[in-house]
Design a binder for this molecule. Structure first.
Ligand SMILES: Cc1cc2nc3c(=O)[nH]c(=O)nc-3n(C[C@H](O)[C@H](O)[C@H](O)COP(=O)(O)O)c2cc1C
Length: 315
C-alpha cells in the first residue's frame, strides 16, 4: 500500500511538508496545494516558493495545477518539468464557489464535453512537444465523483479512460458535499472497477480501522491519500503500518519544529501562532477531555501565551 499526503491549501505548504517528512517518514508522496495556471502564464511568488525544488529537497513532492485551459496547463507543465518534476497533478476536486463558478476544480466536472476536449488538447500538446514527451511525465488527476449526482461518475470515467492518465485519485464525494457526509463507497467501487488507470482512494481515513475497512472492501487498491487524518495525527501512517502510536513527547517536538519552520518564513511571531492554531483545529480532536486547555491555545495572543497553553496541554 502506498500512502499519499493530500494537498491542503493553507496547511501543507513546504515548511509543513519538510517537518512532517523529517519527523514522520513513510509518506510516498506529498501532493502540494494547487497553483493556479492563468492567462498571465506566471505564478504568484508564494506559489513559486512552494514548488521551488530547493524548498522541497529530500521531500517527495508532487505539484498540483488548477486551470481549465489546455494552453495554461501545458505552460505550467513545461515550467514544472524544467524544475525537474516528473508527476503533475490536475485538480478536479476543489469545491470552492469562486473556482466552481469559473468551471475550474470540481466545477470542471459539470461540463464533461469541455473536460474531454481539455484532455485531448493537453495530451496532443504533450505528444507534439518533444521536450515534454521525452521526459515521460505522469499526469495524475484528483477528482470527485461528480458535482451534483454520483451518477455523473459514469460519464467521467469514460472520459478519464480515454487518455493516458497516470493515476486517478478519487475523493469519494460530490462537489455539493464539500467535506461533509459519508464518502460514497459504492460509487468509488464502481469507478475503481471501471478505471483502466491505477486508482487511489481518498476520504475520511482517520484511524487504522478506517483503512482496514477500505482495504477489506477494495482488496486490489494500491494506494490511499490522506488529508485531515494526518493533520490530526501526524503518525497515522506509521500506526496504519503496524508502528507505534503517537507519543506526546513526539507531538511536542513536531510542533516545536513546525513553529520554527513557520517562523523562518513568517516574520511576525503572532502570525506563526495563527498558523499553529489552524493545525489545532484538527489536532484538538485528539484531546476531547482538555477543552479548557484547547480554548487557551485558541485564544493565545502571543507566542508566549501559545507555548504556555501548549505546555499545560502536553505536560
Ligand atoms: C483546508 C483544506 C484545503 C484543501 N486544499 C486542497 C487543494 O489545494 N487541492 C486539492 O486537490 N484538495 C484540497 N483539499 C482536499 C483534500 O486534499 C482531501 O481531498 C480532502 O480533505 C478529503 O480527504 P481527507 O478526508 O483525508 O481529509 C483541501 C481540503 C481542506 C480541508
Amino acid at each position: 500500500m502506498k500512502f499519499f499526503f493530500a494537498p491542503m491549501e493553507g496547511i501543507t505548504k513546504y515548511p509543513f511538508r519538510r517537518v512532517h517528512h523529517e519527523r514522520f517518514p513513510g509518506i510516498d508522496a506529498y501532493y502540494m496545494p494547487f497553483i493556479v495556471a492563468n492567462q498571465t502564464m506566471s505564478f504568484k511568488q508564494k506559489e513559486r516558493k512552494d514548488i521551488d525544488p530547493a524548498n522541497n529537497a529530500g521531500v517527495p513532492a508532487v505539484p498540483q495545477v488548477l486551470t481549465n485551459k489546455p494552453d495554461q496547463f501545458l505552460h505550467a507543465l513545461q515550467m514544472l518539468a524544467e524544475l525537474g518534476y516528473r508527476e503533475v497533478n490536475f485538480n478536479l476536486g476543489c469545491p470552492m464557489a469562486t473556482e466552481v463558478s469559473k468551471k475550474k476544480g470540481a466545477g470542471f466536472l459539470s461540463v464533461p464535453e469541455e473536460l474531454d476536449r481539455f484532455f485531448e488538447s493537453v495530451f496532443n500538446g504533450i505528444n507534439a512537444d518533444s521536450n515534454l514527451s521525452g521526459k515521460d511525465i505522469c499526469i495524475s488527476v484528483k477528482t470527485r465523483i461528480g458535482v451534483e449526482e454520483a451518477a455523473e461518475s459514469v460519464r467521467l470515467m469514460e472520459i478519464f479512460n480515454r487518455y493516458p492518465i497516470g493515476r486517478l485519485i478519487i475523493h469519494a464525494r460530490r462537489r455539493v458535499d464539500f467535506y461533509k457526509g459519508e464518502p460514497d463507497l459504492g460509487t468509488f467501487g464502481a469507478m475503481l472497477a471501471a478505471s483502466v488507470h491505477p486508482v487511489s482512494y481518498n476520504g475520511d481515513l482517520f484511524t487504522p480501522e478506517d483503512l482496514e475497512k477500505i482495504t477489506a472492501r477494495f482488496p486490489g487498491l494500491d494506494s490511499v491519500m490522506i488529508g485531515r487524518g494526518l493533520i490530526r495525527n501526524p503518525a497515522l501512517v506509521r500506526e496504519m503500518t503496524g508502528g507505534e502510536v503517537l507519543a506526546k513527547e513526539e507531538l511536542t517536538r513536531y510542533l516545536e519544529d513546525l513553529f520554527e519552520a513557520y517562523h523562518e518564513v513568517i516574520h511576525e511571531e503572532i502570525n506563526v501562532v495563527h498558523k499553529m492554531k489552524e493545525l489545532w483545529f484538527y489536532l484538538g480532536e485528539n484531546f476531547p477531555d482538555s477543552r479548557k486547555q484547547l480554548k487557551k491555545i485558541n485564544k493565545a495572543r502571543s507566542a508566549a501565551e501559545y507555548k504556555a497553553a501548549l505546555r499545560e496541554l502536553l505536560g
